[in-house]
Design a binder for this molecule. Sequence first.
Ligand SMILES: O=P(O)(O)OC[C@H]1O[C@H](OP(=O)(O)OP(=O)(O)O)[C@H](O)[C@@H]1O
Ligand SMILES: O=c1cc[nH]c(=O)[nH]1
Ligand SMILES: [Mg+2]
Length: 215
Amino acid sequence: MFVFAQQPSLVNQFVAELRDVSIQKDRLRFRRNLERIGELMAYEISKTLPYHNVSIKTPLGISETQLLRQQPVLATIMRAGLPFHQGLANYFDQAENAFAGAYRGYSASDSDEFEITMDYIVSPDIGGKTLILSDPMLATGRSLEKIYHAMLRYGIPAQTHIAAIIASPEGVRHVQRQLPQCHLWLGAIDSHLNEHSYIVPGLGDAGDLAYGGKV
Ligand SMILES: O=P(O)(O)OC[C@H]1O[C@H](OP(=O)(O)OP(=O)(O)O)[C@H](O)[C@@H]1O
Ligand SMILES: O=c1cc[nH]c(=O)[nH]1
Ligand SMILES: [Mg+2]
């Protein structure tokens, strides 16, 4: 597990702006911060992927270098995942992409009980590839768990990286227990989940901050 906050960097600045009540209401800035954290996480994850030797022809000779053996498949979860995913795609710019529509479907009787409803998923074949599954918020971990298992319809990935910006200790434990094979990349691990399963101190509702409320 790699937690960016444990080694201060620019990621801290962008996470702070996501959280800051005096900044986060600027939707363009909120989405841009999700995106540039995605770019920085792409760079860190790229250091762990397989490379191969390549000769590049320049106007003056041949440059020997090492390039990514294969582009990953980038998967994300609407709505809040989209700007974060864009950042990953900006840097893994030849990657194939998968998208899932999932949300917390609250029960009529108890406003704090919810099921993760997924009614949309599209994906390329992921068999034998590196899968990077992103969602800015890792609260209970049930969204990421559900989407990961849904992705297995499209093949068994060679390795899976899960990227989240803000996580709860409960969510980290859930993913480590349910998805032990997945590498975890986290912006920060916060204090706890409140009774509504929101991360505290967190940032509020990432999807609403990025795209506005929903009824
Ligand atoms: O770890 P979990 O308990 O599953 O919570 C995390 C999920 O909750 C939020 O989605 P939400 O249902 O609010 O949809 P949205 O992204 O469209 O706002 C957030 O965007 C994550 O996808
Ligand atoms: O704190 C949280 C938890 C789940 N989803 C969010 O958008 N924020
Ligand atoms: Mg939301």
